[in-house]
Design a protein around this ligand. Sequence first.
Ligand code: CDP
Length: 807
Amino acid sequence: MNDAPAPTSLERAEKLQGMGCKRKRVEDVRFTQGKGNYIDDIKLPGMLHGDFHRSSHAHARIVRIDTSKARALPGVVAVLTAEDLKGVNLAWMPTLAGDVQMVLADGKALFQNQEIAFVVATDRYVAADAADLVEVEYEALPVVVDPFKAMDTDAPVVREDIRDKKDGAHGPRSHPNHIFNWQVGDKELTDAAFAKAEVNTKDLLSYQRVHPCPLETCQCVVSFNKITGDLTIYGTFQAPHVIRTVVALIASLPEQKIHVVSPDIGGGFGNKVGAYPGYICAAVASIVTGLPVKWVEDRIENLSTTSFARDYHMTTEIAATREGRVTGLRVHILADHGAFDACADPSKWPAGFSNIVTGSYDFPVAHLSVDGVYTNKAPGGVAYRCSFRVTEVAYAIERAMDIMAQKLGLDPVDFRIKNFIKREQFPYQSALGWEYDSGDYHAAMQKALEATGYRKLREEQKARQEAFKRGETRELMGIGVSFFTEIVGAGPSKNCDILGIAMFDSCEIRIHPTGKGIARMGTKSQGQGHETTWAQIIATEIGIPADDIAVEEGNTDTAPYGLGTYGSRSTPVAGAAIAMAARKIKAKAQMIAAYKLEVHEDDLEWDVDRFRVKGNPETFETMSALAWAAYNKVPPGMEPGLEAVSYYDPPNMTYPFGAYICVMDIDVDTGVHKVRRFYALDDCGTRINPMIIEGQVHGGCTEGYAIAMGQEIAYDEDGNVKGASFMDYFLPTAVETPHWETDYTVTPSPHHPIGAKGVGESPNVGSVPCFANAVNDAFKFAGSTHIPMPHDAYRIWQAAEDLGLHA
Ligand code: CDP
């Protein structure tokens, strides 16, 4: 007889490894052994390889393409040009933003490295050699790369195909290079607030063009079965179901014959949401040859063609009283979309959720106007670790608040606190139309100030400035502050869709007779650890240990339809679907338990992993026993089995927030900086796995550091890309990466079933303005207002030079 006391509820809960515990990442068992399964690991019998010949010009008419030498190279199977694609009506493809994009350059090239011909060969290297043998005769055209010149009367017309179109996908166009004007807010009231403002600021705050730059580039293997008509596409897709539907629509193939599989993905960050010419060309090549075709982008192709991010130029004005209360916000954004509008935004949002620009502050009135323009640059405009343009506007408002504080002679923290939305104001209706779900900004900021000893840091900074003036040091100290509010969880079908498909997400759970199970979702992890965290939600909800739940994503044949993973939407949307599906399972299990225990359902109560009879805790049925019973002894009239599906349409977005503080020392003579401290406090509501959250914050802050301190996809005036390799594009290694201090508060989302908000984007959103504010803060005492990003050593040195700080 076993005399050991029965485990307590607490002990049983611990065993589940449910929400709130630092469960180790189950996917790391394969990743740390080099056993991940990425696209380049897929090798199918008879597989061919594709590679592009790309444009050397940023803008040029294509007079002639000669593919004869390429086709003559042994091993080359086919060479496709736009003319070939016209035969199958695929020379152009629709973009996610309602525009159309050339798959292969049709008549002219619109940006450097644009795809011109697709070579298919038996070997990757032969394909690359043959791509070089494609001969193109160009007639160079004038180039426009500066968005501020795109709408000049004499600007070269980028898109001749729509030159005379008065309306685009998002309303009227005022110039052949104009894409849209989008406005939100009350212009009259805002103008009136500025007319009577005691103090106002107006600054052009540019967020340079950068790239999400995942370590695994975009790639696919497409296999068409000529006998059955089935098209299988393996790809690095963040949204596999959307890819399936898009392929069905543009290739007129029956959707049930299309099978999209996303295996392990080596980082996405928004780069792998859209459809690219490589996917279309590989599909056409496979359909034509009847053989599988692999296309793998190299680093230069990735950085210069598939998806840029940002390139937003934001003229930001704040109106305030002399005491420091904000009275109005007016923002105009010039958005450079490159040669095609291929932004990855929900349909109704041509500038994403940039109307979250009011940030964490109680602006009584605001107005935002965005103009999108075409230039001779790569298309994209992806949500790089950002919920649709939130990062850009978080930078604008957080820089602008610092600039206004400086003008008012207030500490940037005190100015922010004075204008925070107060806890009792939630749910808060913003002047630009969002309903913030929950927040406690004052508590978060207070915690950050105490943790960093902020007031003491300011004293130290003052002493440093005095020493600098006395010539005792050449090092300045900057203290950067940012307090961001994110908007994640796209999204409610009332205002979010992609190509008409509502942005819900889904989960299907099957519990097997032995009490183990499998769960499938419409999301797709790219490193975020979904296999670990989704099982934790189920463990807490239905009392089956997380280790007993397999999580599967990324196969459109088996997963329920979902809109994928980007913009930190997985937890707010799919995370909710998981909880709801689990609750359906629990409800059925309760009925089975009542039947087995011969009591009414209402006489049962839930206790971690079992239903017990109220007032008689020794009489219970565990979830594991109920799983068996579901296949063996269900109440009369009930269907056997224990499965559930949930498609969750969220009622609102979630609004995570955070307080970030950076302490930076800057050598005025070299421009070299050192991040002494970086403190990141995040509030993402209920925390599923604190360790994974910490990892997300580390990764996002590292990206934010890279962006603020050096990254830029720059173009020269001829449209040549200057930042298309890791020699020119700053990718921090462990050597450059600062140490991150993380912290948190918990303000649950009132409308999410488990109170969780997203977190993946937050550190990228919050850290960029924090670093930028730190650099700017260091130079304030010398009269500087705004030093633009990126803050590489040369530019910092130049700023010091311009301020007369060098001997
Ligand atoms: O959509 P994506 O997965 O990129 O972003 P997310 O929803 O913010 O989730 C990123 C990771 O953090 C996932 O593994 C989540 O389960 C985890 N997370 C968490 O543990 N607790 C939260 N409140 C939010 C996210």
